[in-house]
Write a protein that binds this ligand. Structure first.
Ligand SMILES: [Zn+2]
Length: 88
């Protein structure tokens, strides 16, 4: 059987191809959930001593770094909405 790049990765990481495939599929499924979600509502989740944020709408999850930038983007988005003037 021909050797591919995943053989190098699995041997360097000490994991099987099946585990690598499962991790890859999980990442792809998570990305699909996040991309297709119309309105994220993230809640903090502590998982394996790491802080993660899970969306209660789509079930997708992100790390704290991505959550920081997501929140930052929301703030910038709100600030970029033109203010309306009151008509008299
Ligand atoms: Zn979501």
């Amino acid at each position: 059987m021909a050797k591919d790049k995943s053989d190098d990765l699995t041997s360097a990481a000490g994991i099987s191809k099946q585990v690598l495939r499962r991790v890859w599929d999980d990442v792809q499924n998570n990305n699909l959930k996040l991309i297709n979600c119309p309105d994220h509502r993230f809640v903090k989740v502590i998982q394996d001593l790491q802080i993660r944020y899970m969306c209660t709408e789509c079930g997708g999850d992100i790390d704290s770094h991505a959550h920081y930038w997501y929140q930052h983007g929301l703030k910038h988005g709100i600030n970029s909405i033109p203010h309306t003037t009151k008509s008299t």
